[in-house]
Design a protein around this ligand. Structure first.
Ligand SMILES: Nc1nc2c(ncn2[C@@H]2O[C@H](COP(=O)(O)OP(=O)(O)OP(=O)(O)O)[C@@H](O)[C@H]2O)c(=O)[nH]1
Length: 223
């Protein structure tokens, strides 16, 4: 990404959130209804009608994932690290609006497309990002372990999620910047306690790996 955060939505060449193809490549009947299901096909050579990202990159099933959390917690850096393997060091430039990137993974012989949306953490963009929650399959809610306020705001984020996301959305709580051990103010136990209370997935991530170590508790928050 040309270091995110231009005044217009980036990734404009890709599909709109509501146009995310279903597993069989069809479009949802209405925004927010795209759900991968039993129609997912096994992996194999490209088939007629099999959805493609272009460039011969086919997939069997698609999921929409959103990164949410306070401004500066590291959403964009996490996405870029996951997608391209690079860490965006340097001056922090806040995201404007919303942007997305696609990544196709091999999971148990299936080609799984993740359409990952990076949202602006700043309050003034909330009305823009709310519209994208409703057809998300999973939400990754980040806080910064060196910023207590970002952790304290998790409850407010949960309220937003309850207001705007689907009931069955998968939630995951991520404590980011664990490499900054000296500045850490949110203890690992506190993050795990919050995640456990809400039966979320919990993980700690940082720029060195870009990938969390997953903990199996794939259920929605019950609070
Ligand atoms: N030490 C450390 N710094 C990080 C990490 N991830 C991100 N940062 C830094 O944190 C700052 C904010 O990162 P971003 O990814 O732009 O934050 P954001 O959540 O996308 O912020 P908004 O776009 O405003 O919502 C940048 O200066 C990054 O370099 C990390 O894992 N470790």
């Amino acid at each position: 990404m040309s270091r995110k955060k231009t005044p217009k939505r980036k990734g404009a060449s890709g599909p709109a959130a509501s146009a995310l193809p279903a597993a069989d490549g069809s479009r949802p009947a209405r925004p927010g209804t795209a759900r991968p299901g039993p129609q997912a096909r096994p992996n194999g050579p490209p088939q007629p009608g099999r959805p493609s990202l272009g460039g011969g990159d086919f997939y069997d099933v698609a999921f929409k994932v959103m990164l949410v959390g306070d401004s500066g917690v590291g959403k964009t850096c996490l996405l870029v690290r996951f997608k391209d393997g690079a860490f965006l060091a340097g001056t922090f430039i806040s995201t404007v609006g919303i942007d997305f990137r696609n990544k196709v993974l091999d999971v148990d012989g299936m080609k799984v497309k993740l359409q990952i949306w990076d949202t602006a953490g700043q309050e003034r963009f909330r009305s823009v990002t709310h519209a994208y929650y409703r057809d998300a399959h999973a939400l990754l809610l980040l806080y910064d372990v060196t910023n207590k306020a970002s952790f304290d705001n998790i409850q407010a984020w949960l309220t937003e999620i309850q207001d705007y996301a689907q009931q069955d959305v998968v939630l995951m709580l991520l404590g980011n910047k664990v490499d900054s051990a000296q500045e850490r103010v949110v203890k690992r136990e506190d993050g795990e306690k919050l995640a456990k209370a809400a039966t979320w997935l919990a993980a700690a991530v940082c720029r060195s790996t870009g990938c969390p170590s997953w903990r199996p508790a794939p259920r929605r928050a019950s609070t």
